[in-house]
Design a protein around this ligand. Structure first.
Ligand SMILES: [Zn+2]
Ligand SMILES: [Zn+2]
Length: 552
């Protein structure tokens, strides 16, 4: 169980307590604890109980609950509250824009006890005259419910990753298992996915036995594939292979159905092939990276030798751009962030705290900027040749302007322009704001293009082509925000960025030293978009980056 899982459990607890009208001070204390837990740098599962107790806002009682949670997956108070709450109500708490107060009204006033009933009630306009609701709220709730229902069965890659890797290891250690690989959408590094797919070489008649040893519940077993559920509820697809057909089965199970169909339309590959390269060769194709095997245009491009010979790799990334420090809403001080980048082998850090309009994130007033720049100058002396670039994540205001004057914007090495407020917009409004920000001569990088949060918020509607055209024309670099909740710009638009000659920067948007590693999720997504080193800003030397920043 990750710290995020634990924190989310306490958030659920707080919401359930609010739903049932319990003591607001207690509720607040669980919310505070959730925040502490989420930001704690080590996994709590590996921290001694006595130390957990001493964390700010935690204490003995909450530490006891954490300990129960880690051992059994739940604790008493949570069980009691869940027992008196219909499952559909608990599910409704996950819907954006609802919260316990509104869920309570829906439950008590309209007897709505499930997400499906809620959608129906919206269609029947039953929320219109409800206290605290109204036409606009009903419209928003309806949209959120539709989004929720469409995405409920999906996981974000990074949320699935720890358990998927654990299961691979656990299977590998079972007697009779010769080899195990993660395959399917996981191996294709899909940003959201339904199952963890595992390919297992060994005698399939052992499957039941293997699964019971790992507390996996088998749901349906077929000749070569089984569906199952892990002890924590993660949906699994288990695929069978032998030592002889392993490469063939790995390719077959990795491929999206359309990719496999296109391959076998050329020729049925030899099941005894040694490796995947051999298989592609038999079909007259170069090796196609797993991330690309979506059945889009990759086979056509491969056939004509038009796939990039080498996709971007994590080892190509030379430095970190887009990070926050304690100057705004980051958890770690600037120097700590810089030293963490150095320790990870990076050559530079582009610090970009929030700008002053972001009051909710402690955005920087002009005096704080001067102070930060002095500290950067000092650190650049002591940490050389490591280099810190002076940046800012400037809010794109409602009218598309940035929230500092010319002189202040001039004082930065680079400016990331991002939208953080009034996210509910028409496409026309979003486009006006974005284009104006892109045309601002101070804008160096366009931050998280659509504002989406995977599986929880769709992002404002934009015309991607026009935005990318404008970025290319104004030499604005496009961010792929590597936070696994964002991965925004969507990788499907990267080929168009490259076609137009727009550079991409793979930015972790780190809010702590731990967040720096998120850059890898950006690289995964970028590879799906066929991004190469040449088109990536932060594969360059610090001097080259400095030149690109000043040429802007
Ligand atoms: Zn941002
Ligand atoms: Zn940011």
């Amino acid at each position: 169980m990750t710290n995020k899982n634990i924190a989310n459990t306490f958030r659920l607890l707080a919401e359930l307590m609010e739903l049932h009208g319990e003591n607001p001070f207690k509720i607040r204390s669980y919310e505070v604890a959730a925040r502490t837990i989420e930001q704690y740098p080590q996994p709590l599962a590996a921290v001694p109980a006595s130390q957990i107790e001493d964390l700010p806002g935690v204490g003995k009682a909450i530490a006891g609950k954490i300990s129960d949670l880690l051992k059994t997956g739940t604790f008493d108070l949570l069980d009691r509250l869940l027992a008196v709450t219909p499952a559909g109500i608990t599910e409704m708490l996950q819907i954006k824009g609802l919260g316990p107060k509104k869920v309570k009204i829906l439950w008590q006033e309209l007897n709505i006890e499930s997400v499906g009933e809620l959608l129906y009630a919206c269609q029947e306009n039953r929320l219109l005259h409800l206290k605290g609701f109204g036409e606009k709220t009903q419209e928003n709730v309806k949209k959120s419910v539709e989004y929720f229902l469409a995405n409920a069965k999906y996981y974000r890659y990074a949320d699935m990753e720890p358990e998927a890797l654990y299961l691979q290891q656990a299977f590998a250690q079972l007697p009779g298992v010769e080899r195990v690989e993660l395959t399917g959408a996981f191996r294709r590094k899909c940003e959201v996915l339904e199952f963890a797919d595992l390919l297992i070489a060994g005698n399939w008649s052992n499957l039941q036995n293997w699964c019971s040893q790992l507390q996996i519940t088998l749901l349906a077993v077929q000749e070569q594939t089984a569906t199952a559920q892990s002890a924590t509820g993660l949906p699994l697809q288990l695929h069978n292979a032998t030592a002889q057909n392993f490469a063939y089965r790995l390719l077959q199970t990795t491929a999206a159905p359309a990719h496999w169909q296109q391959l076998i339309a050329i020729k049925e590959p030899n099941p005894g092939s040694h490796n995947e390269t051999d298989i592609y060769q038999q079909l007259g194709l170069p090796f196609i990276e797993p991330e690309l095997r979506e059945g889009l245009d990759e086979i056509e491009l491969a056939r004509h030798g038009q796939l990039p010979p080498q996709l971007l790799q994590i080892t190509d990334i030379t430095g970190i751009i887009h990070a926050h420090s304690t100057y705004s809403d980051g958890r770690d001080p600037l120097e700590t962030m810089a030293r963490a980048c150095m320790a990870a082998g990076y050559l530079y850090l582009g610090i970009s705290d929030h700008s002053k309009a972001a009051f909710y994130a402690n955005g920087l007033a002009e005096a704080a900027i001067i102070k930060q720049h002095e500290e950067v100058d000092r650190l650049n002396q002591t940490l050389a040749p490591f280099r810190i670039f002076k940046g800012i994540e400037a809010d794109i205001l409602n009218d598309g302007s940035l929230d500092y004057n010319h002189e202040v914007l001039q004082s930065f090495d680079f400016v990331i322009a991002s939208i953080h407020s009034t996210l509910q917009m028409t496409e026309e409004k979003a486009m006006t704001r974005l284009i104006r920000a892109i045309e601002n001569p101070h804008t160096t990088i366009l931050g998280h293009l659509t504002g989406r949060l995977l599986l929880s918020r769709a992002g404002y509607p934009v015309n991607h082509r026009k935005i990318i055209d404008a970025c290319a024309a104004n030499k604005v670099i496009i961010e792929i925000n590597a936070n696994p909740y964002r991965l925004d710009i969507d990788w499907r638009w990267i080929p168009y960025c490259m076609e137009k000659g727009a550079l991409i920067s793979v930015n972790p948007d780190a809010h702590s030293t731990a967040g720096i590693d998120d850059v890898k999720y950006g690289v995964f997504a970028a590879r799906k978009g066929k991004l190469t080193k040449e088109y990536t800003l932060n594969t360059r030397t610090p001097n080259e980056i400095a030149r690109i920043f000043t040429q802007k």
